[in-house]
Design a protein around this ligand. Structure first.
Ligand code: B12
Ligand code: SF4
Length: 517
């Protein structure tokens, strides 16, 4: 099969503001196994070039693929673009198979199939094996019914097969790095970069998390093989910047330490960034020197600063003492801390913004990123908030950077003003300015300056956007009426049954092992 994998353009700040971009790992992850199966696979990355839809359609038509596979990292907020794109593509590629995958279509498969008659099949959950089986099934005319993890139309109605079995050995699949020209991708201020994934999933239970259930269980790659892959990327492609996609790579201290040692043994000069939990940093106080030695220069730490009641509600399980200690320990080891400050909880009052600001001052993180809580239909948080009013009807803004639900006490404009003031006040503290411009450590100074440069652009852009583009509604529906009934029951996107092995992975294996419907 001639397969075109397409990364659509996205207008979120994560795509447009840094002025540089990382490769789309999810699409490369499905590309690798397809190449190994003998298909002719190409990637059209319209996000890195911010291509207009017409240009994408022309390029896709010229390619004459048998199948077009689309998915985007910023899945929910990219969906409206995907809808337009599939419509336009169908006009020029009437006979091609159109496949959609990623987080949003995994859970909203029914609505996607109803809304987009152009789409033939949706791949739900992890894509490596399911897409491979699908692409084998098309020329062999194997019924889709026999492949777990798909959604398609049966007798005119949307229909899904049972969840695909979770991949137990992540090393069975390889990333199709040959699909990209590494020189087109950079991050963190011009460093040739990639996104990689050592582990999938997370054992914690934060109620608003849209990712934990997607991967179902925590699993990891072989530390030695993974580090060797990083080494090859460094030596063969000049990659020096590594961004970890993992939800929670430090879940096991033993395995994490093993990985750090293997990366150090590769003897590469990496700049690495990842997202970690504060409690794991505190747990690892005795091995933090290995973190920096391996190349870690910055960690994003998820922190909620809400009132105790909200903290219990979101089940984050974080402890203020750990959060502070984690920042202190990282600083001692020359690693920057980028801390999240999440807003938009229903009970927030003006005094809470003030309290959060003061708490941030005490935490003294190097950098902060402000987010608005965004309830996805498959999370327990959605269920908790289902009666709240939606104030943002445009799905493109459901990207964690825009307020989407009404607060009981604070109108959206005031919440926005608070957030912008907190950002500027924290980032322009004398301490922060000193670290940005005079930090004695070159790597930290580089990281601070890079983020400050983007932060300034984002800050101004978001104010302009708020005043001219973003529109709120006062008469929005309740959350559950906007997205549909809660889906918490199906939060785990994959079947984790122990008796379903992916090895061999034929359609027949899947039928034989199919979980009862
Ligand atoms: C690294 C990362 C980034 C990086 C790099 C992006 C890049 N070029 O890859 C940066 C910082 C730039 C970024 C930006 C944004 N991100 Co981001 N990002 C991630 C992160 C941590 C890892 C993504 C990843 O590579 N995962 C690993 C791969 C293997 O998984 P995957 O992409 O899901 O793909 C698998 C399956 O989903 C499936 N699949 C995926 N696509 C397709 C397509 C087809 C056709 C098929 C068949 C299968 C398939 O198969 C793959 C292999 O199993 C995720 C969280 C996470 N752990 O996934 C958030 C995440 C994807 N980001 C998210 C968001 C919101 C954004 C932004 C919109 C934020 C913003 N407002 O700017 C932007 C979007 C811009 C962009 N270009 O992506 C959300 C999306 C939530 C949602 N439901 O929509 C996530 C899930 C984080 C979260 N908090 O929930 N991001
Ligand atoms: S720790 Fe992070 S990845 Fe894990 S459940 Fe909480 S928010 Fe999700």
């Amino acid at each position: 099969m001639k397969i075109l994998i397409l990364n659509p353009p996205h207008q979120a700040i994560g795509s447009r503001m840094p002025g540089e971009m990382l490769p789309p790992l999810g699409l490369l992850a499905i590309g690798g196994p397809l190449i190994d199966d003998g298909h002719e696979v190409s990637l059209l990355d319209a996000d890195v070039d911010n291509l207009a839809l017409e240009a994408i359609v022309r390029a896709a038509a010229a390619h004459e693929p048998d199948a077009v596979l689309i998915g985007h990292n910023g899945s929910t907020s990219a969906h409206p673009t995907v809808v337009r794109l599939f419509k336009l593509l169908r006009r020029v590629l009437p006979d091609a198979w159109f496949v959609y995958g990623g987080v949003f279509p995994t859970y909203h498969w029914r609505e996607c199939l109803e809304e987009m008659p152009q789409v033939d099949v949706i791949v739900r959950g992890e894509g490596e094996e399911t897409t491979r089986l699908l692409m084998r099934a098309i020329p062999e005319h194997t019924p889709f019914e026999t492949i777990a993890g798909l959604a398609f139309r049966r007798a005119g109605s949307a229909h899904a097969t049972p969840p695909a079995p979770m991949i137990r050995n992540l090393d069975d699949y390889r990333v199709g790095w040959e699909l990209i020209d590494h020189s087109r991708y950079s991050y963190y201020g011009g460093k040739r970069g990639v996104v990689v994934q050592f582990s999938r999933g997370c054992p914690h239970l934060c109620s608003y998390c849209g990712q934990r259930g997607y991967w179902t269980r925590w699993r990891h790659r072989d530390p030695k093989a993974f580090a060797a892959e990083l080494g090859r990327l460094y030596r063969d492609h000049g990659v020096t910047m590594i961004s970890f996609a993992d939800e929670n790579p430090t879940t096991s201290k033993k395995i994490w330490r093993e990985l750090l040692k293997e990366i150090i043994a590769q003897n590469c000069k990496f700049t690495m960034i990842a997202t970690l939990r504060a409690s794991d940093i505190v747990r690892d106080a005795d091995i933090l020197h290995l973190y920096r030695k391996a190349g870690f220069e910055r960690f994003l730490i998820g922190m909620e600063h809400s009132d105790p009641e909200t903290l219990v509600k979101v089940r984050k399980g974080s402890v203020i003492k750990d959060d502070r200690e984690a920042i202190r320990l990282l600083r001692r080891h020359g690693i920057l801390s980028l801390c999240t400050a999440v807003f938009g909880f229903n009970e927030e009052k003006d005094r809470d913004y003030w309290r959060i600001f003061r708490q941030l001052l005490v935490y003294d993180p190097d950098q902060i990123i402000t987010l608005f809580v965004t309830p996805h239909r498959w999370t327990p948080f959605f269920n908790q908030e289902k009666d709240r009013k939606v104030i943002q009807m445009d799905q493109r803004w459901w990207d964690y950077k825009h307020q989407v639900l009404a607060n009981r006490y604070v109108p959206a404009w005031r919440s926005f003003v608070w957030v912008k003031l907190i950002e500027v006040a924290i980032q322009t503290r004398p301490k922060a300015l000193f670290r940005t411009y005079l930090h004695p450590d070159t790597a930290s100074r580089h990281g601070m300056r890079w983020y400050a440069r983007i932060g300034r652009k984002v800050w101004l852009h978001e104010i302009w956007e708020f005043l001219t583009v973003v529109r709120f509604t006062r008469s929005g529906p309740k959350l559950a009426d906007f997205w549909g009934t809660p889906q918490t029951g199906g939060e785990e996107a994959l079947s984790a049954r122990k008796d379903i092995a992916r090895e061999g992975g034929t359609a027949q294996t899947l039928i034989e092992n199919r979980p009862a419907a």
